[in-house]
Design a protein around this ligand. Structure first.
Ligand code: GLN
Length: 486
C-alpha cells in the first residue's frame, strides 16, 4: 500500500500505479476488514470505479488536478453526496438521498478524488465512541473490543486500516482529533469558517468544522489545501487570505516556543498518556524548541459551556427533521402527531437528550443563567488563548486523556463519555485550528495522540510543529487487530 497521499501521488505520476489500482486495494482492504470494523455505512464501488477510471484517463492525457487526484477518500456520512444515501447515522434520515453535493464533496470531485464511500458516525455527530450510530457501532482496528472514538470513528478506522488514504470528518467538540488519537492516525480541525459547511448536516453551527484524517502530517496539509477556501454558500465562510498549509512543512522548529497547557494534565489522565506527552516535550526541547507551561484557567469550565451551547444549537438545527420533508415519516391523526411520532421513533436516546437539554437552556427564564453564562465562558476562553499566544507560538497537550476504551464502558454514563473531549473542546469554542499526531503506544499496544493548537489561521505553523512531532515520534501505523492493505 502507498504510505499516504503524497507517496501515492508520486507513484501515480511516475506511472508506477494507477488510480484504479489504488482503489481496488482500498476496496479489497474494506472487504477483508469491514465485517470486524464496520467503518462504512455505504460503499459506492460503482461510482468510485468510474471516478478512478476518469482519473487514469486524465493522467494519460497529461491532466493533473492536484494532490488528491486519483486518491481514494472516505466521507463521514453527515456530508451530502448527490445520489448517494446520507444518513448522519440516524434512523430519521434512513433512505435520504441528497439532490446535491456538499461544497467539500464538490471540491474533492474537482480535485479528481475518488470517493469510496460514506463512513459511520455517532448519530448527528453526537458522541465520542461511534456507539450512538443507529446502524451499529464501529470498532477500533488496533483492538476490536475497543471503540475507535467518535463521532467520526468510521473515517478514522477506515484510514487506519487502509480502506482509504484520506478520510473526512467533522469536529464540533473533538470529533476528528479524538478518534484520530484513538486510531493512531493524523486528524485535524481547521480554523472555523475555512472549510465550507454547506451540505454538512448541521449539529452546532457556531462550532462545526470539516477536516481531514490522514496517515501523515504532510498529507493532512495537502488535503486541507484542496478542501478549504471561501464559499458564498456558507455565511460564516472566511473571505480573506488562505495561507498555503504546506509552506512551512520542511522548516524545522528551531526558535519556536511551545506552551504545555497546565489544565490538560493530572486527574483523569492515564499515566501512559502523560508519560508519552512528557517524552515528546523533552524531544522537542532537544530539537531547539522552547517549552513552557501555560495556565488557561477557563479550560476548566469549557466542557460545561460546550454542553450548553452545542445542545442549544442542536435543538434548533434538528427542528427541521419533522417527517414532512426528509427521511422517515411515521403517520399520525394530525400533523402534530405525525411530527411527534416521527421524532420519537427517528431520534436515538443521545439525540433526544441533547434536544431536551438545549430546549431547556434556551427557554425564557433560564436563558441568561445557562446559555448567556456559557457565552461568557466562551469569551473568557478566547481571552485566555489570546493571552497565551502572547507568550508562545503554539499550545500542546494530549489529544485524549485516555487511550481507546472498551466498547460499552461509557455508554450508560454520559458524563464519562463527555469527558473524552476535555482536551479538544477549547479550540472549538475559540474557533482555532488544532491537530492530533500519533506519538506512541501504551503497554497494551493502543495509540496515544499529541495535540498541537495554533492561533486562528495559524495552520502553517501548526503543521510546522506537527511535522516535527511526527518526525520525533516515528510512529508506525500498523493496527494489529485487522489485516491491513498488503
Ligand atoms: N463528543 C462531542 C459531543 O458529543 C463532540 C462531538 C463532535 O465533535 N461532533 O458533542
Amino acid at each position: 500500500m502507498a504510505a499516504g497521499i503524497a507517496d501515492a501521488g508520486r507513484l501515480l505520476r511516475s506511472g508506477e500505479t494507477t488510480a484504479s489500482a489504488l482503489l481496488e486495494e482500498a476496496l479489497d482492504t474494506a472487504s477483508r476488514t469491514e465485517a470486524q470494523l464496520h467503518a462504512f455505512l455505504t460503499i459506492d464501488s460503482g461510482g468510485a470505479r468510474e471516478a478512478a477510471a476518469r482519473a487514469d484517463a486524465d493522467f494519460a492525457d497529461g491532466v493533473d488536478l492536484g494532490p488528491l487526484h486519483g486518491i481514494p477518500v472516505a466521507l463521514k456520512d453527515n456530508m451530502c453526496t448527490r445520489g448517494v444515501e446520507t444518513t448522519a447515522g440516524s434512523q430519521i434520515l434512513a433512505g435520504y438521498v441528497p439532490p446535491y453535493d456538499a461544497t467539500v464533496v464538490e471540491r474533492l470531485r474537482h480535485g479528481g478524488a475518488v470517493i469510496v464511500g460514506k463512513t459511520n458516525l455517532d448519530e448527528f455527530a453526537m458522541g465520542s465512541s461511534t456507539e450512538n450510530s443507529a446502524y451499529g457501532p464501529t470498532y477500533n482496528p488496533w483492538d476490536l473490543s475497543r471503540v475507535p472514538g467518535g463521532s467520526s470513528g468510521g473515517s478514522a478506522a477506515a484510514v487506519a486500516a487502509g480502506s482509504a488514504l484520506l478520510g473526512l470528518g467533522s469536529d464540533t467538540g473533538g470529533s476528528i482529533r479524538q478518534p484520530a488519537s484513538l486510531c493512531g492516525v493524523v486528524g485535524m480541525k481547521p480554523t472555523y469558517g475555512t472549510v465550507s459547511r454547506y451540505g454538512l448536516i448541521a449539529f452546532a453551527s457556531s462550532l462545526d468544522q470539516i477536516g481531514p484524517f490522514t496517515r501523515t502530517v504532510e498529507d493532512s496539509a495537502l488535503a486541507l489545501s484542496t478542501i478549504w477556501g471561501h464559499d458564498p454558500m456558507d455565511s460564516t465562510s472566511h473571505a480573506g487570505e488562505y495561507p498555503d498549509p504546506t509552506a512551512a512543512l520542511g522548516r524545522g522548529i528551531d526558535g519556536l516556543t511551545v506552551g504545555m497547557v497546565t489544565e490538560l494534565s493530572g486527574e483523569g489522565f492515564e499515566p501512559a498518556v502523560e508519560a508519552a506527552t512528557g517524552d515528546m516535550l523533552a524531544r522537542l526541547e532537544k530539537a531547539g524548541v522552547g517549552v513552557v507551561e501555560v495556565s488557561l484557567p477557563s479550560f476548566e469550565i469549557a466542557l460545561s459551556a460546550y454542553y450548553l451551547i452545542a445542545p442549544a444549537e442542536a435543538s434548533s438545527n434538528l427542528a427541521r427533521f419533522d417527517g414532512i420533508r426528509y427521511g422517515l415519516r411515521v403517520e399520525g391523526q394530525t400533523t402534530e402527531e405525525l411530527m411527534a411520532r416521527t421524532r420519537a421513533e427517528g431520534f436515538g436516546p443521545e439525540v433526544i437528550r441533547r434536544i431536551l437539554l438545549g430546549t431547556y437552556s434556551l427557554s425564557a427564564g433560564y436563558y441568561d443563567a445557562f446559555y448567556g453564562q456559557a457565552q461568557r465562558v466562551r469569551a473568557a476562553i478566547q481571552e485566555d488563548f489570546a493571552r497565551a499566544y502572547d507568550q508562545v507560538d503554539v499550545l500542546v497537550s494530549p489529544t485524549s486523556p485516555t487511550v481507546a476504551f472498551e466498547a460499552g464502558a461509557r455508554t450508560s454514563d454520559p458524563l464519562a463519555m463527555y469527558l473524552s473531549d476535555i482536551c479538544n473542546i477549547p479550540a472549538n469554542l475559540a474557533g482555532h485550528p488544532a491537530i492530533s499526531v500519533p506519538i506512541g503506544l501504551d503497554d497494551s499496544g493502543l495509540p496515544i495522540g499529541f495535540q498541537v493548537m495554533a492561533p486562528p489561521l495559524g495552520e502553517q505553523m501548526m503543521y510546522q510543529v506537527a511535522a516535527e512531532v511526527e518526525r520525533q515520534a516515528a510512529f508506525v501505523i500498523a493496527p494489529t487487530a485487522v489485516e491491513m492493505a498488503r
